[in-house]
Design a protein around this ligand. Structure first.
Ligand SMILES: Cc1ncc(COP(=O)(O)O)c(C=O)c1O
Length: 457
């Protein structure tokens, strides 16, 4: 029997498709595999199948391609699936979800916005009919007393009629975090300096009278430790106990980890999370909202070798993508699994550079651990299997796969260096479809008037 891990690997047919796409010039491109996305959704549905009042949302922060979101709805809700909605973090993402044609009755949209303002809330008010007609509930997760008051003022009727449900973002205290463990670097998610979490939970909860509220607590990002998760849930329980009678749901957020080097979601953490949440919380509605664990393994960034040289015994490759397309290595100092396509390979010391002029724009290597280093750590060569060659030039045009880039790939792309954003392709069985075209070469002129427009001051 195939394990979940082996089901997430690309098979020969899929690699052949990638090779054909690269040879036909479809690089750089984010390529998603429907088969793998379905595996992930099956896994989550199965994990929550027998759990009462327990659902999952998908976080658009990880990926917001509408074609992929529609597939998540179809697969996630099929045959009693436990997929129940989306979390979005801007009005633009909220509008995108509202225009998905296959949204289903009874689903939730969870709207967070660090800069939620009156205008947006009035726009939501005007759209009340949409939520009523389609029986979609809107969760608004607030992050300050200011936001709490604003939602209650502008959407008073909608809250009363249960069309809008308010969730309070909460966080663990500094003391909680100290008790959990100093080693975990989730400090900005909780404790004194955390951006998220209302400032006066007790005061706000005193004002909650007739309507019940939900809690939203984000555990931290890319969590790879089961122990951390268990301790985290214990602390959430202590907060919940205090306000139990006024809380109808807890959203435990996403952040479940992925081992990017191996392209393997840390499903043990997810399993542990569901297990401890169920043990500690029975009646209350429970939600998790994973992003990366669902979509990261379903996508690769397909690129191609465009320059090559050997220097000091190191093979330097330059590919037609880089940190403007894919920022994770640059931001998080973490390389993903990389594979060069081709037969008959040998191991080499390799560095793969990107197509921007930034000296640190590497897509493969390893980060040197220099404790005195200020700024981003230096990158050193790493072993990689490379097709055998006579002259290095023979490697030009070799397709390169950067694995596990379905999450925080396209969504974090920019136009740094003037490079257009890449296209997105969906592979379904033996077929491939463009699901978002690349930006065009004239993109740098977008929004630039022929004659500068004077602003009326
Ligand atoms: C509130 C919230 N929920 C869910 C997610 C998704 O996290 P991940 O993709 O790590 O599962 C994020 C990501 O930042 C988030 O901020």
């Amino acid at each position: 029997m195939q394990t979940q891990e082996s089901k997430l690997q690309l098979n020969d047919q899929e690699k052949e498709i990638l090779e054909k796409l690269a040879k036909a010039g479809y690089t750089p491109a984010y390529v998603y595999f429907e088969r793998i996305l379905e595996e992930r959704i099956k896994f989550l549905n199965e994990l929550l199948k027998d759990q009462k009042n327990f659902y999952y949302f998908f976080a658009l922060l990880a990926n917001n391609n509408p074609h992929l979101l529609s597939r998540i709805i179809d697969k996630g809700t099929a045959e009693g699936g436990k997929f129940k909605g989306f979390i979005c973090s801007s009005y633009e993402e909220l509008s995108l979800i509202m225009s998905l044609v296959n949204l289903k009755e009874g689903m939730y949209i969870d709207y967070h916005d660090p800069v939620m303002d009156e205008k947006v809330l009035y726009r939501i008010k005007v759209q009340r009919g949409f939520f009523e007609d389609f029986e979609i509930s809107l969760i608004i997760s607030v992050n300050s007393r200011y936001q709490f008051n604003l939602v209650r003022k502008i959407l008073k009727e909608e809250v009363k009629d249960n069309i809008v449900k308010i969730f309070l973002r909460i966080g663990l205290s500094e003391k909680d975090m100290e008790e959990i463990e100093k080693n975990y670097t989730y400090f900005n998610y909780h404790g004194k300096y955390a951006r998220f979490g209302v400032e006066d939970l007790e005061g706000i909860m005193k004002e909650v009278e007739n309507e019940k509220v939900g809690f939203h607590i984000y555990p931290g990002t890319n969590i790879r430790s089961e122990e951390y998760y268990e301790k985290f849930v214990e602390r959430v329980k202590n907060i919940y106990k205090e306000f139990k009678d006024k809380v109808f749901a807890i959203d435990f957020g996403g952040g479940f980890g992925v081992n990017y080097e191996k392209c393997r979601p840390e499903d043990k953490v997810l399993e542990k999370a569901v297990d401890v949440i169920c043990k500690e919380f029975e009646e209350v509605e429970k939600i998790i909202e994973p992003g990366r664990t669902v979509i990261a393994p379903a996508g690769v960034l397909l690129t191609s070798v465009k320059d090559v040289k050997e220097k000091n015994g190191i093979l330097f490759l330059t590919v037609d993508t880089g940190f403007s397309n894919f920022a994770r290595p640059y931001i998080y100092e973490e390389f993903h699994k990389v594979e060069l396509l081709g037969e008959d390979k040998e191991e080499k010391d390799v560095l793969i550079g990107g197509f921007s002029m930034a000296s640190q724009d590497f897509l493969y290597g390893k980060f040197g651990k220099n404790p005195n280093c200020k700024g981003i750590s230096p990158v050193e060569p790493e072993k990689l299997e490379v097709p055998k060659y006579g002259k290095v030039e023979e490697l030009i045009g070799t397709p390169v796969i950067i694995h596990c880039t379905g999450a925080y790939g396209y969504n974090m792309a920019s136009r740094f260096s003037g490079r257009p954003k890449p296209m997105e392709i969906l592979v379904s069985g033996k077929r491939a479809y463009i699901i978002r075209d690349s930006e065009k070469d004239d993109g740098l002129f977008a929004g630039v008037p022929d004659i500068p427009e004077e602003i009326d001051l």
